[in-house]
Design a protein around this ligand. Structure first.
Ligand code: ADP
Length: 242
């Protein structure tokens, strides 16, 4: 439910790698339970920003505030964000249900609790009948469903998704986009989704944040950004929709 969704404020975030400025003084408010997509060309700083949200990368400057609390120095494991990546990162030697159970076991949940939660997630992502299979026996879409179930099973307050579907073919990608949209509506959790695909961003998001060269150019509802781009780059970038 909505109680689990977090609100995040990124305040003047900067990130340098040596002399290179990957993020430049970026401020962004992420609303409770929204579906925010970070959209921009390759190398624009989207993943760097996501890694800073997750706590895997420390910002060079700026602060992160979650639900009113400064979390800039809170380590990744204590932020308990769910994460889904393009490469699934499933445990190959664990079955579907063991993969999904993993975050609960790490958190020391009782076996009754684990069984119930895993059963719920297996049903929610449409994997009934596949519980005992190893990831290698699943299709790409099914593997991505396992990754989604594993990321959501412990009811994280934020789900971070980094180009999760870019390796899938067009039909499967569209199916998984609908799946993610449904999971967002059902869980009420805050989703932050990274993509370089304009049509994917416009189809999924409550708001999009347009990145280019480490700068945040515009944030708004998809239709507003599309109809009233803030500058020529945004207009041309969104114009590439096929
Ligand atoms: P995007 O996700 O938009 O494709 P990234 O955030 O991955 O962009 O990268 C932004 C820029 O920062 C790129 O030019 C990339 O090469 C650089 N970068 C990212 N991580 C590192 C790193 N660990 N060391 C040096 N440069 C990096």
């Amino acid at each position: 439910g909505d109680a689990k969704a977090a609100e995040i404020k990124a305040v003047s975030i900067g990130k340098t790698f040596g002399a290179f400025h990957a993020l430049k003084n970026l401020s962004l408010d992420i609303g409770r339970g929204e579906f925010l997509t970070l959209l921009g060309p390759s190398g624009s700083g989207k993943t760097t920003f996501l890694m800073i949200l997750a706590g895997f990368t420390a910002p060079t400057t700026g602060r992160l505030v979650m639900d009113g609390k400064d979390i800039t120095d809170v380590p990744a494991e204590d932020r308990s964000y769910g994460m889904v990546f393009q490469g699934y990162a499933l445990f190959p030697h664990l079955t579907v249900e063991q993969n999904i159970a993993f975050p609960l076991k790490v958190r020391g949940r009782s076996s009754a609790d684990v069984k119930r939660k895993v059963g719920e997630m297996v049903e929610r992502v449409g994997l009934i009948g596949h519980e005992k299979k190893l990831p290698a026996k699943l299709s790409g879409g099914q593997q991505q469903r396992v990754a989604l179930a594993r990321a959501l099973v412990f009811e994280p307050s934020v789900l971070l998704l980094d180009e999760p579907f870019s390796a899938l073919d067009k039909n499967l990608r569209e199916m998984m986009q609908q799946e993610v949209k449904r999971l967002h509506q059902e869980t009420g959790t805050t989703f932050v989704f990274v993509t370089h695909d304009q049509s994917e961003a416009l189809a999924l998001s409550s708001r999009v944040a347009i990145f280019n060269h480490g700068e945040l150019l515009q944030v708004g509802k998809p239709q507003d950004v599309y109809e009233r781009p803030s500058n020529r780059f945004v207009a041309e970038f969104l114009g590439e929709i096929n």
